[in-house]
Design a protein around this ligand. Structure first.
Ligand code: ZN
Length: 318
């Protein structure tokens, strides 16, 4: 090998080393940036799907939000596992619906060592209403925990989310506030659609073959709402409860019975079979399935679909 060839080889060798060093630096630094940008994201844990979806809309790409309920799991019977409690404790912000929806939260918060965490009880500032399951029922003393089924309540929750995110990340306060306002405008538009869409219907009576979830929505749009079960899906109706509802359906010539999401609609099927009524889904959106997640189902799309079904079920004209 002559000197020239040796020099060329040496030069390539040196270039190679320099190139790998540069490449290495690039890889290491981009990794560091990635790590840095992830750690800079505000970590938020929410209990129910509507809260999760609200945070995603307000926080955009500046937050890392996780939903505590595994996909498809029924919300009222949910109890956090040790891993969930660790997750909550590591969050910058933890949002839950309220004591009546998640009675386990108190003890989890008391045991939390992360004192910097902002905790949002979404029901603060919201006028809770009592649950009245059926006609002529004495007040049960139960409070309806399904606060997210009133669009004005959602606006209050969204404001609380924007405030918490701004507190954790003041530099981007305008970003969070702008997103919150945009989402609140969408809720106002949907509220208008409900008011107009449910203003001329042959029936204003919603018979629900599920648990008592739509009290807020019914109150907002002047619907009469009768549910077969109490405020949780594991509250079994008595035979007498079902007979009363069947009589009501026949008496008022109700043609559609609504059923709830995520569980087999056994009760709604009994009511429909006994009365020749048809079935329609009315989804309270506590949680969604894995498929729904993959298909990008949102709180707004669930509520749009609910309006469509209500208009069919109540036979609305306009
Ligand atoms: Zn519920």
């Amino acid at each position: 090998m002559n000197k020239r060839k040796r020099d060329i080889k040496k030069t390539f060798f040196v270039i190679g080393i320099i190139a790998s060093i540069i490449l290495g630096i690039v890889i290491v630094s981009s990794g560091a940036e990635r790590l840095q940008s992830n750690s800079q994201k505000i970590k938020i844990v929410t209990t129910l799907f509507p809260l999760y979806d609200f945070v995603k809309n307000v926080g955009g790409n500046k937050v890392e939000v996780s939903l505590l309920l595994p996909p498809g799991v029924e919300a009222h019977s949910f109890e956090p596992k040790p891993g969930d409690i660790v997750n909550i404790n590591e969050a910058d912000v933890f949002i839950y619906t309220g004591k009546s929806m998640e009675p386990w939260v108190d003890s989890v918060i008391k045991g939390a060592s992360n004192k910097k965490m902002i905790i949002i009880d979404a029901s603060i500032g919201i006028k809770m209403i009592p649950a009245v399951f059926r006609d002529n029922d004495e007040p049960t003393g139960s409070i309806d925990p399904h606060i997210w089924l009133d669009f004005d309540n959602d606006k209050i929750i969204i404001q609380a989310i924007a405030k918490a995110l701004s507190q954790k990340d003041p530099v981007n306060a305008d970003f969070y506030q702008r997103n919150a306002s945009e989402y609140q405008d969408k809720l106002s538009a949907l509220d208008e659609e409900y008011t107009t869409g449910l203003s001329k219907c042959k029936s204003m009576e919603v018979i629900y073959g599920g648990h008592y979830a739509f009290g807020y929505l019914a109150k907002r749009y002047n619907l009469k709402y009768l549910a077969a079960q109490g405020i949780s899906p594991d509250a079994e109706p008595t035979a007498n409860d079902l007979i009363q509802l069947i009589d009501q359906i026949k008496k008022d010539n109700i043609q559609y019975v609504f059923y709830e999401e995520l569980i087999t609609p056994k009760i709604a099927e009994i009511l429909a079979n006994e009365t020749n009524a048809k079935l329609l889904l009315l989804n309270a959106g506590h949680n969604i399935t894995k498929d729904d997640f993959e298909n990008g189902v949102s709180f707004l799309s669930i509520m749009e679909k609910n309006l469509t079904n209500l208009r069919i079920g109540l036979r609305c004209n306009r």
